[in-house]
Ligand binder design. Structure first.
Ligand code: S3P
Length: 433
């Protein structure tokens, strides 16, 4: 197990680019594989999670060429969705997006296939996709009531269209159903309690696949093939979030991030940081498949806020770093309606609360969130990442503000979403020595 050691820094000013968006990279691979020809993807996130999707598609006969060094520029040869049965179980690693979206994709393939994952992924509920995909005619078998991995999927080449009322706002559920819906005979729709990230809808529109949104319902028509087009993946706002907080919470800090995704369904972090008193300027370029642009952050003193309701899906992956911002802010921050955090790569309510307490922060944990009393000085501590990349990175940032040394155990998990993060932290430490 690797350790990342972090010490307090005196100042923080940076101009950087973050690696490609994870959600968009998974979709770019899957939708271009379904398309009718070659698609070049630039800005692809060559991290462990997206490489799991890439390897799975390759094992299903999709030709993928690497065009540039580092695997961020690739060409995927669309096969019209005519996938071949893989010889071995498909390994989704730590990636929930790979397992859930592939379940949708494989539901329309007339063969049997197994999906496996690591320890964390094998604890996460897959019944949330198995149920609707089962209603469409696929058979998805897993372990126990929550249908955990390993999964065995037997797809069908003509699925039944459904209307699904999803009990949770989840882009993974919505996208799995939409992927299966492409292989259904008619209109498939999904209604969510609140809108989740809309990368699937945007990318399908961009690839000329008709889908429409009416309120919180998205509908798609089966029998369409995505048109092969080149896709530019913006930088990941979820990765940028760590640096945004590192700058926003420090008086005199300045940060410039270029070419980052600014999709309205993902920028909850910016709204929250603005409420907390951060000065953030956005410049958006809305010309491609996804809005992207630059962000400028000037640091200052943060104050507490309340976060809940429809805002939660727009910042669900940023809650660990928002909790760190709350610990650095004046006053009591309340996060509620976020029970979904309990079924992420770790139970992020308890991992965040436990690690903040280790750093000397007063936190009360609720079933669906937490209350954080900010303003006390942070103490360096041993942080258990529990193999969760966002926990490891959020607490590495906390370590930049703490007295003494912070040691993040299991820091290798950072590679699942942010290759290069450790290098940035090390450079920052070297500059402040
Ligand atoms: C993702 C959706 C979110 C998010 C995950 C990526 C996606 O999960 O937490 O990191 O790419 O669709 P849910 O859809 O389950 O909320």
């Amino acid at each position: 197990m690797s350790e990342l050691r972090v010490r307090k820094v005196k100042d923080f000013s940076a101009e950087l680019q973050v690696p490609g968006d994870k959600s968009i990279s998974h979709r770019a691979l899957m939708f271009s594989a379904l398309s009718n020809g070659p698609c070049e993807i630039t800005g692809f996130l060559a991290s462990e999670d997206c490489i799991a999707t890439r390897n799975a598609l390759a094992a299903m006969g999709v030709k993928i060429e690497e065009l540039g060094s580092g695997g961020t520029h690739i060409r995927v040869h669309g096969c019209h969705g005519d996938f071949k049965k893989p010889e071995n179980p498909l390994d989704c690693g730590n990636s929930g997006t790979t397992m859930r979206l592939l379940s949708g994709l494989l539901s329309r393939c007339p063969f049997e296939v197994s999906l496996v994952g690591d320890k964390s992924l094998s604890r996460r509920p897959m019944n949330r996709v198995a149920r609707p995909l089962g209603e469409m005619g696929a058979s998805i078998k897993g372990q126990g009531d929550r249908c955990t991995a390993p999964l065995t999927i037997q797809g069908k080449d003509k699925l039944t269209p459904i209307h699904y009322d999803s009990p949770v706002a989840s882009a993974q559920i919505k996208s799995a159903i939409m992927l299966a819906g492409l292989g259904a005979d008619g209109k498939t729709s999904v209604t969510e309690p609140n809108a989740s990230r809309d990368h699937t809808e945007r990318m399908l529109n961009y690839l000329l696949v008709k889908n429409i949104r009416q309120g919180d319902t998205v509908s798609i028509w089966g029998g369409q093939t995505p048109e092969s087009r080149d896709i530019e993946v913006p930088g990941d706002i979820s990765s940028a979030a760590f640096w945004i907080v590192a700058a926003a919470a420090r008086d005199g800090a300045r940060l410039l991030i270029d070419r980052v995704g600014l999709n309205p369904t993902r920028i909850g972090i910016l709204n929250v940081m603005a409420r907390m008193g951060a000065k953030i300027t956005e410049r958006i370029d809305d010309s491609g498949c996804e809005p992207m642009g630059s962000l400028e952050v000037s640091g200052g003193h943060l104050k507490a806020t309340e976060i809940g309701g429809a805002e939660i899906p727009t910042l669900i992956d940023e809650i660990p770093i928002i909790a760190v911002a709350a610990a650095l802010a004046e006053g009591t921050t309340v996060i509620k309606d976020a029970k979904e955090l309990r079924v992420k790569e770790s139970d992020r309510i308890s991992t965040v609360a436990e690690n903040l307490r280790r750093m000397g922060v007063r936190v009360e944990e609720f079933d669906d969130g937490m209350e954080i009393i900010g303003g006390d000085p942070l103490k360096g501590a041993e942080i258990k990442s529990l193999g969760d990349h966002r926990i490891a990175m959020a607490f590495a940032i906390a370590g930049l503000f703490a007295e003494g040394e912070t040691v993040i155990t299991g820091s290798e998990c950072i590679e699942t979403s942010y290759p290069g993060f450790i290098r940035e932290i090390e450079q920052l430490q070297a500059m402040n020595r």
